[in-house]
Design a protein around this ligand. Structure first.
Ligand SMILES: Cc1cc2nc3c(=O)[nH]c(=O)nc-3n(C[C@H](O)[C@H](O)[C@H](O)COP(=O)(O)OP(=O)(O)OC[C@H]3O[C@@H](n4cnc5c(N)ncnc54)[C@H](O)[C@@H]3O)c2cc1C
Length: 439
């Protein structure tokens, strides 16, 4: 284990949620008044990069995990989201979950409610309960919002939970880091640099695409879905999977009617949809196994708005159709609107569904915090501390085991996704359906 404290210089590669949350915990803890010893390297001069997973309007914040470790951590993170430090980016709209009666994930609601009923999982003034009839479902949506067939399926609401503005939270954290003297560099890391520590080969820093070398006493990789580019041995263990996202824009009258809807998830098709932002942006997406983009020896690497030839954020036509079908099942009126934007957003997927927060087994000065598996944003207010605990070796044993580089514990994979297979972007019919190039 490394004692991470001044005068050690730390290089953090990637300034999305993971990198910025880690640096925030460092400047609040051992690096208080020593922000100048931290360097953040990102492809973007204004992190997060436009194609990062963190660069987004909204992410679901919820505590429904069948796994008690994540459920309790999510509950703790939600308490933090409600504090003055984070509340600007948190909207506690409640989360409705619905599932078709015939679905294979049929016991989802029972399991979710069982977790919500565990001691310590309640939130004062917020209830979690089954919506028995279509009328009960209708009652948690504002008048004037037409609901689709999901309202006739098994549903429940947890009033605790809602959504967070992920880009806003990261941009705000980056601002705080800059104010604390943390150095930001816009460059793309291309390879690791090596040296010797106590006679053992170790990582010393990175060389950027522009040829410049950046060295430090401790190197942390927080590069999300791009992590395998620097550590190719993780190409399958941190698999980049493209998940489809669509955005429609409401006019003023629609915004007035929809502004108080809860987050809605239809678990059996992985579809979820957010309330509108103040600008009338409504985002929806599908949480399934996603698309692979095979390149050379890599099973998949992200293909994004910054990939030459894809600046219009193409998505497979079948994915655009699936998004529309999901939208029609929740809000038929909005399904008739044109897409404002679409996008492939890249998860860093671990087969077990657990994050990777651990040292590289061969290099004592290299730590990796990636493998979001599409569910880590909600933990942002506590994630940096979890990462530092892992660096310091103070994580509880159960957490250490699930986030270990060599995952040896039974899989706690997200069961709602296991019913789908990966699809490939190769050979798909592409659609450019959004009017706007950028989200
Ligand atoms: C479609 C989608 C929906 C999601 N929904 C939810 C949700 O509802 N709830 C939830 O809790 N979580 C959700 N997540 C997960 C959440 O977005 C991630 O946990 C979080 O954004 C991961 O942050 P990160 O810092 O690991 O990666 P990123 O945000 O991708 O940041 C990685 C950073 O590394 C930089 N970088 C990459 N390569 C290099 C390089 N070579 N050199 C320098 N810099 C580099 C990039 O520029 C980028 O800024 C979702 C993710 C996606 C993709």
């Amino acid at each position: 284990m490394v004692v991470l404290a001044p005068p050690k210089r730390v290089l953090i590669v990637g300034s999305g949620e993971n990198g910025s949350a880690t640096a925030l915990s460092l400047i609040k803890g051992p690096y208080k008044n020593h922000g100048h010893l931290l360097t953040m390297l990102d492809r973007s001069a204004e992190p997060p990069a436009a194609d990062a997973a963190s660069y987004d309007f909204n992410k679901i914040i919820r505590q429904e995990y069948s796994d008690e470790i994540y459920a309790r951590l999510a509950h703790k993170a939600m308490d933090m989201w409600r504090t003055p430090e984070w509340q600007e980016h948190y909207h506690e709209t409640g989360v409705v979950v619905s599932i078709a009666k015939s679905a294979i994930q049929g016991d989802y609601i029972k399991r979710a409610l069982a977790v919500n009923a565990l001691p310590g999982m309640q939130t004062e003034g917020k209830d979690a309960y089954i919506l028995e009839t279509a009328k009960d479902v209708k009652n948690v949506y504002p008048d004037g919002v037409e609901l689709g067939e999901f309202a006739h399926q098994d549903s429940y609401i947890n009033e605790a939970g809602g959504w967070g503005h992920s880009r806003g939270a990261v941009v705000d954290t980056v601002r705080r880091l800059r104010e604390a003297g943390v150095r930001f560099i816009a460059a793309e890391a291309e390879e690791l640099l090596y040296g010797m520590t106590n006679g053992k080969l170790d990582v010393r820093g990175v060389r950027a695409k522009n040829g410049t070398s950046y060295c430090a006493d401790f190197v942390m990789l927080t590069m999300g879905a791009w992590t395998p580019k620097l550590v190719p041995e993780l190409a399958s263990k941190l698999l980049p999977t493209g998940q489809v996202v669509g955005v429609v824009k409401l006019n003023r009258e629609e915004l007035r009617r929809y502004k108080n809807v809860p987050v809605t998830r239809t678990v059996d098709n992985g579809f979820y949809i957010f309330p509108p932002t103040v600008d009338g942006i409504v985002k929806c997406a599908i949480h399934q196994q996603g698309y692979l983009n095979p390149i050379g020896d890599y099973k998949s690497l992200p293909r994004t708005i910054l990939t030459p030839g894809y600046s219009k954020q193409h998505i497979p036509q079948e994915a655009a159709d699936a998004l529309k079908a999901g939208l029609a099942r929740v809000y038929p009126e909005l399904a008739a609107k044109p897409w404002f934007n679409t996008r492939l957003c890249w998860y860093s997927d671990r087969p077990s569904g657990d994050w990777l927060l651990d040292y590289h087994p061969k290099f004592p000065s290299l730590f990796i915090a990636a493998g979001c598996c599409g569910h880590a944003f909600k933990f942002m207010p506590i994630l940096g501390d979890l990462i530092l605990s892992s660096v310091e070796g103070t994580l509880p044993a159960a957490q250490k085991a699930i986030w270990a580089y060599d995952h040896q514990v039974p899989s706690r994979v997200d069961a709602s996704r296991t019913f789908y297979k990966h699809k490939s972007l190769v050979g798909t019919v592409e659609a450019i359906v959004g009017k706007q190039a950028r989200l």
